[in-house]
Write a protein that binds this ligand. Structure first.
Ligand code: CU
Length: 167
């Protein structure tokens, strides 16, 4: 019985560590990947780190996800220059290196209607101290994100603890 508890605690702590390091971002929040979603407000204050994942949730067949190769293609909704495309309705994209990536809907005219997001990934562990560009409000956003993380962590600990008590 005791060894089961230890194994469980180890598994839980691995889970917590992974959770603290990488986050999953459902694009558009509860509204998902949809023409009616305001992606700019969803993006505001979000920080994407290496190792995080993007999840696009939508009705398959109605929308799709395409990755565009350049800022210009993104601006012009040039959905002809596609780097990658997905259409399962629950597409997961791993942000595996720092930099900017561009995603849009592949359905005709949806990109022009606003179904596009520009995701800038920062190195994991580093505080998002962007040196020169985009100095809009880095201090407030980083404070907000660390606040939400410090809220999630004790919550997971509490769940882990109560599950351990049940064993
Ligand atoms: Cu669409």
């Amino acid at each position: 019985m005791g060894s089961i508890k230890i194994i469980f605690l180890v598994l839980v702590s691995i889970f917590i560590t992974k959770e603290a390091l990488a986050a999953q971002h459902v694009v558009g929040g509860s509204q998902g990947w949809d023409a009616s979603t305001d992606f700019n407000s969803w993006l505001s204050g979000k920080i994407f780190k290496v190792g995080d994942q993007l999840v696009f949730k939508y009705t398959s067949g109605m929308h799709s996800v395409i990755e565009l190769g350049s800022e210009k293609a993104f601006k012009n909704c040039d959905i002809g220059s596609v780097v990658d495309s997905m259409n399962t309705g629950s597409d997961v994209i791993k942000l595996n290196k720092p930099g900017t990536r561009y995603f849009a809907c592949g359905t005709l005219s949806h990109c022009d209607q606003g179904m596009k997001v520009k995701i800038t990934t920062v190195a994991a562990g580093n505080a998002p101290s962007s040196p020169s560009t985009s100095s809009s409000s880095p201090t407030t956003t980083s404070a907000a994100s660390s606040a939400s993380q410090s809220f999630v962590f004790p919550l997971l600990m509490l769940v882990a603890f109560s599950v351990t008590l049940l064993l």
